[in-house]
Design a protein around this ligand. Structure first.
Ligand code: 5GP
Length: 197
């Protein structure tokens, strides 16, 4: 804006006014972009201390600490299950580890085992209580994958009477060589037990 010169008694030339408008517009757009980048930045992965702040602030941590109520259906030393407050179907249940981590890949083997041990039993309980025979287990990780609460959770969602999880499934067309290439990259990182095919 330094080029804006008053021509007489505080009046600006039309060109100076236009230049000022465009500079302000561009500054606003940079601020919007910076704000959007700030919001989308993955603080969880970038900074463990911010991860702990995020974890202590989310709604499931508050439920675990008893600061807000929930409709609890199951609890043990490592797992809590309660009804989703905005269910996709009657009986829609959330199963969470007591360990505070944001996404599944950050879960310890012990917490994962504790969840895995009770999930089938909780699924049976939800089905028996609702009369549904079909259901989905949904587990979202990351905002673009529809995760809204950044504490690992599994949804048990009965599918009946037209209610439940809607799925859009759009398979990619891939060459066998592409499958081979990605298989090798994943298997190399999955550990010694990865099979060969
Ligand atoms: P996500 O999209 O993160 O996989 O799902 C989060 C789920 O948490 C949503 O289905 C939402 O309805 C549920 N939820 C959000 N806030 C609360 C709450 O305060 N209490 C309960 N019981 N569920 C909640």
């Amino acid at each position: 804006l330094g080029v804006m010169e008053p021509v007489s008694k505080g009046r600006f030339t039309k060109a100076a006014r236009n230049l000022a408008r465009s500079r302000i517009g561009s500054a606003v757009s940079h601020m919007r972009e910076a704000s959007s980048l700030f919001r989308s930045f993955s603080w969880t992965y970038a900074c463990p201390s911010l991860n702990s702040i995020q974890m202590s602030e989310n709604i499931f941590s508050k439920i675990l600490r008893g600061e807000i109520p929930c409709h609890r259906v199951y609890e043990d030393e490592a797992v809590l299950a309660f009804l989703d407050v905005n269910p996709l179907a009657p009986g829609h249940t959330l199963v969470i580890p007591k360990a505070a981590v944001a996404t599944l890949d950050l879960l310890s083997d012990d917490s994962a085992a504790a969840i895995g041990r009770v999930l089938p039993r909780l699924a049976r309980a939800v089905m028996a209580a609702t009369g549904a025979t079909d259901y989905n287990i949904l587990q979202n990780n990351g905002a673009s994958a529809h995760q809204a609460v950044f504490h690992v959770h599994f949804h048990i969602i009965p599918k009946f009477e037209g209610k439940g999880l809607g799925i859009v499934w759009q398979p990619l067309a891939v060459e066998p060589s592409q499958l081979t290439a990605i298989r090798e990259r994943i298997a190399a990182r999955a550990g010694a037990q990865a099979g060969k095919d």
